[in-house]
Design a protein around this ligand. Structure first.
Ligand code: CTP
Length: 481
């Protein structure tokens, strides 16, 4: 089916084409991805279909083009959801300003945004548009929002544009887009093709085999389904690990955080159906493959990632769990070159901003302005000896829940697989949990979060507000032991 011997051998890739004049280049990009060994299914917006039609694409890709957000596959699956679940990466090239804006705001009006929203795979976005449109602050802000989701942006190039004007906005060289796709997938194993065969709406084989395939797919889906789905449709952002503040290009000031607690929360949220973005500092455990991962080594980088996720139009998540150990101080003047070993040195430190407190403030302002739902905010507090300061810290940070642990107590704190925590709530209560695995702590914590979400979304008359998950529990569930 595909030409063999490339860097994308047996990979299943969705190529999303949007309505730019550069859409014609996507035909060549399709060939290049195939030449690397990929099996490519194409999704198109209606305006992309107007630009280049579907016949060439369908002939070359040997799959029906998915351009109708309401279309069903031959086996009865919804086209864009099936694409989202069958592929290992989504490449959007060319991406117009309109599409980037729709994606930044989660508007699932076309098959490509819908598939990206439903998918938990790497997304590569190659913008192409007029230079003025590209440089406009709105487009730049939308692109940084996509960056905050963990999407890889392949920057456009400068040159003559369709308008005849010279500017920055030409679709990046196709090789760069292919390289970014290879890079995004490096390290992740090729997915077992038997588990997710992709039937076509248009093939005769699909028609005759549809019932049998539908059954097999239903079985595979049932097996893969999480046992609980109470976070389905929610976007959960988790920060994890410790920040590393540079002294010079070789040395840094860090802390003992391994990221285990934050990653356990991300895994639990994924298993309960959430889309998860992990903002990762230094960690010593592997993040789950299904999470969107954005690396943020320093407090400043973590700050930029959080800012991208809280634009003035409203926060882009339903839950933020700030489990990262963010440095409180950083060297005031990191040296650009490695410092030689001579005598002693004195380092001057400056304090870092309180990322959680400033994010909570931005969320508050954006929610008041936009009228959007207020997300739940959760912080962690690493204490030594007593929890006397925690209630005050919760108020100062402006969070709903603050999870305190005594890092001096046995089995608790950095690097362990267990944790003994007390969950403080904005309503003035607190709850001591026993020594549990970090995954069990994550499960109980997310149960508490769901109660807060349900409370926030239930108007005074007790009827759930529109858009609220009907499955939010009224009682905390028991931890899996
Ligand atoms: N935090 C943050 N930005 C910082 C420091 C901490 O966002 N510069 C977050 C942590 O991720 C955690 C919470 O704030 O969720 C509490 O961190 P902690 O270190 O306990 O509190 P501090 O504000 O550093 O207060 P103190 O050092 O007095 O304990």
């Amino acid at each position: 089916m595909t030409e063999s011997g490339g860097r994308l051998n047996n990979r299943r890739i969705a190529l999303g084409i949007t309505g730019s004049i550069a859409a014609y280049k996507a035909v060549e990009l399709l060939r290049m991805l195939q030449n690397e060994g990929a099996d490519v299914r194409v999704l198109m917006t209606n305006s992309a279909v107007e630009f280049i039609g579907t016949l060439t694409i369908e002939t070359l890709s040997r799959h029906a083009v998915d351009s109708d957000v309401l279309s069903l596959r031959g086996d009865g699956r919804i086209g864009h959801i099936a694409s989202a679940h069958d592929v290992e990466a989504i490449v959007v090239a060319p991406a117009t300003a309109h599409w980037i804006a729709a994606m930044a705001h989660g508007l699932a009006g076309d098959t490509i945004t819908a598939a990206c929203l439903a998918a938990s795979v790497p997304v590569i976005v190659a913008p192409a548009m007029d230079g003025g449109m590209y440089m406009h602050p709105a487009t730049q802000a939308n692109l940084s929002t996509l960056g905050g989701y963990g999407y890889r942006i392949v920057e456009p190039e400068s040159g003559a544009l369709a308008s005849g004007i010279v500017g920055k906005g030409r679709l990046a060289a196709l090789e760069k887009i292919v390289d970014a796709t290879v890079q995004a997938l490096s390290g992740s194993p090729v997915r077992d093709s038997a588990a997710t065969d992709w039937p076509d709406t248009d093939s005769a084989e699909a028609e005759t085999e549809a019932p049998a395939k539908a059954e097999a797919v239903a079985e595979a889906v049932a097996e893969a389904l999480p046992s609980r789905t109470d976070l389905a449709g929610r976007h959960v952002v988790v920060t994890a690990g410790g920040t590393a503040e540079p002294i010079d290009p070789v040395r840094f000031v860090g802390n003992r955080s391994t990221g285990k607690m934050g990653i356990a929360i991300a895994e639990e949220a994924l298993d309960r159906g959430a889309a998860v973005t992990l903002i990762l500092g230094n960690v010593s455990v592997q993040p789950p493959a299904a999470a969107h991962v954005a690396r943020a080594e320093t407090a400043a980088q973590m700050q930029a990632a959080l800012q991208a996720l809280t634009p003035p139009e409203g926060p882009l998540f339903d839950l933020l769990v700030m489990a990262a150990a963010v440095a409180d101080f950083r060297p005031r003047s990191p040296q650009p070159k490695k410092m030689g070993r001579s005598g002693s040195i004195t380092l001057e430190f400056e304090s870092t901003p309180d990322l959680l407190a400033e994010t909570a403030e931005r969320v508050q302002t954006a929610v008041a302005r936009s009228g959007r739902k207020k997300p739940v905010l959760v912080g962690f507090a690493a204490e030594t000896g007593s929890f006397d300061r925690v209630a005050e810290k919760l108020k100062r940070k402006g969070v709903d829940l603050l999870v305190a642990n005594d890092v001096d107590s046995p089995g608790s704190g950095f690097g362990t697989d267990t944790n003994k925590v007390t969950i403080f709530s904005i309503d003035g209560t607190h709850e001591d949990l026993p020594l549990l695995s970090k995954r069990e702590v994550a499960e109980l914590l997310l149960d508490r979060v769901l109660i807060r979400m349900a409370d926030a979304e239930t108007p005074a008359d007790g009827e759930p507000a529109a858009g609220m998950s009907a499955e939010a529990p009224s009682e905390p569930t028991e931890a899996k032991r």
